[in-house]
Design a protein around this ligand. Structure first.
Ligand code: NAD
Length: 483
């Protein structure tokens, strides 16, 4: 077993004050990897006190010094990117090849990207009535960063980098199911002699340590990524305390295939959009809406392509889909497959582990084949509630108006994609979809300068590029009369 994961508070690795722990499980084998602290409010208090004590000196560093720190962190992570990929694969059950390509690469890129953004920040001034208005950015203060299990270091670094750049101190909490790379980040900072107290890490359950972070009176901003139900609890606690709040929540994204889409060319991307990371990317398309005139051909080609996906041991370099995050999550996904059948759906491929077992994997692993369900109403529960697993439903429409209506028929609005031979048609169509991002003829094509976030129940606020800079700073105006 790997050595225990510890909290990182005031530059020291420490156990939870009461010594309690939680097991961290490898979902592909069911084996215990290590233990993590089961922290409580008193641990959050210690981390917050360390952050508050470090706040003034960190905020007093120059922007150039903080940029230099971000580059140093990026370089140190880059030099260890293979280890990041291995840790992420072990903790989440995702293929190591995916962890390398997506998780490790993007974690490094997040630090480099925000360092570069820092270099481009320009002072903003407005001159009028003989006075110059200087828009001033100060740090928010101590911020709480809470992240989910699907892209652990990718999402944590997406928050840590801009928070540090803008002079904030941090109390971070990764998912209790995927603590390894947050620990790795803390170790990396420690080895670089990063100033103590600026970055603090507290592990544990959401309803205990996460809730304590959100409730803490001296934590001034909360950036939360996770499920919509949890987001509601976070908002209900933080909003009356007037904390700055960014909520990146769940989705039920539509993949819309228009009648002129060149099926042969798009199939690999549509499969990728459906099943990357076992469908556990908040941006995955879990509802495919296809024009009736090409639906039969689409379904035949799609099912064939899905059946070619190699599901299995995440450490095998040729594996394309690993396990889901846990046996509990597997049971939740399977309950949606059963619901889909109950609601009148028909399995085109895949199914529960009993119906369609994955071969050559540990019997204790949380494996499912990619599953495609046809014949459901676009307003059924299976087609409108977030499953967050390797399950997609397929629906047909007869014209663009009907496609728009179906795409918008969920409580969510995080992402979506449109596939067509005519990019301008796709662009015009995309404007009618109520969602934070629409990709036309591409998927997961992310320019980090763009705004990221959801509408409706997929979130509140935007992160990414200048929007992250905005969230992690307080804007004030200083008006200086010139004469
Ligand atoms: P989750 O909401 O269960 O947990 C997210 C984090 O919140 C974890 O660290 C958890 O411990 C913590 N938490 C739980 N209860 C809390 C509470 N009361 N107060 C404070 N923190 C609490 O989500 P999950 O299952 O880890 O992740 C999957 C969800 O995340 C999916 O819904 C997915 O769509 C969403 N997600 C969204 C985005 C996005 O950018 N919009 C990105 C990735 C994942």
């Amino acid at each position: 077993m790997m050595g225990p994961v510890l909290n990182y508070i005031n530059g020291e690795f420490v156990e939870a004050i009461d010594g309690a722990t939680i097991d961290d499980i490898n979902p592909a084998t069911g084996e215990t990897i290590t233990t993590i602290p089961r922290s409580q409010a008193e641990d959050v208090d210690a981390a917050t006190n360390a952050a508050l004590a470090a706040q003034a000196s960190w905020a007093a560093t120059t922007l150039e010094e903080r940029i230099s720190w971000l580059y140093r962190i990026a370089n140190a992570l880059d030099a260890q990117s293979e280890e990041i990929a291995l840790l992420e694969s072990t903790d989440t059950g995702k293929p190591v090849s995916l962890a390398r390509r997506v998780d490790a690469a993007r974690s490094v890129e997040n630090f480099r990207f925000f360092a570069q953004m820092g270099e481009q920040l320009q002072p903003t001034t407005f001159e009028d009535h003989g006075a110059i208005n200087h828009v001033h950015r100060s740090p928010v203060g101590c911020v709480g960063l809470i992240t989910p299990w699907n892209l652990p270091l990718y999402l944590l670094s997406w928050k840590v980098a801009p928070a540090l750049l803008m002079g904030n101190t941090i109390v971070a909490k990764p998912s209790e199911m995927t603590p390894l790379t947050a620990k790795f980040l803390a170790k990396t900072l420690h080895a670089l002699n990063f100033p103590a107290g600026v970055f603090n890490l507290v592990h544990g359950y959401g309803h205990e340590v996460g809730q304590a972070i959100v409730e803490h009176p001296h934590i001034r901003g909360i950036s939360f990524t996770g499920g919509t139900a949890t987001g509601k609890v976070v908002a209900a606690t933080a909003a009356p305390m007037f904390k700055k709040l960014s909520l990146e929540l769940g989705g039920k994204n539509a993949t819309i295939v228009l009648d002129d889409a060149p099926l042969e060319n798009i199939m690999d991307d549509v499969v990728r959009a459906s099943f990357t990371n076992s469908g556990q990317v908040c941006l995955c398309g879990s509802r495919i809406l296809v024009h009736a005139s090409i639906a039969e051909q689409f379904k035949a080609d799609f099912v064939q392509a899905v059946q070619r996906l190699k599901v299995g041991d995440p450490s095998d370099e040729t594996t394309q889909m690993g396990s889901v995050i846990s046996r509990d999550h597997q049971a939740k996904v399977e309950s949606f497959i059963a619901l889909g059948i109950e609601e009148g759906g028909r399995l085109l491929t895949g199914g529960t582990a009993d119906q369609c077992p994955v071969q050559h994997v540990s019997p204790a692993g949380a494996f499912l084949h990619p599953t495609v369900i046809d014949g459901l109403s676009a307003t059924s529960r299976t087609a409108t509630e977030e499953i967050f697993g390797p399950v997609v439903t397929v629906h047909t429409f007869n014209d663009e108006d009907e496609a728009v209506q179906m795409a918008n028929a969920t409580a969510y609005g995080l992402a979506g994609s449109v596939w067509t031979a005519d990019p301008e048609r796709g662009h015009a169509f995309a404007k009618r979809i109520e969602t934070g991002i629409v990709w036309v003829n591409t998927w997961l094509n992310r320019d980090l300068r763009t705004p990221f976030g959801g509408v409706k129940q997929s979130g509140v606020g935007r992160e990414g590029g200048m929007w992250s800079i905005g969230f992690f700073s307080e804007l004030t105006n200083i008006c200086v009369q010139q004469s």
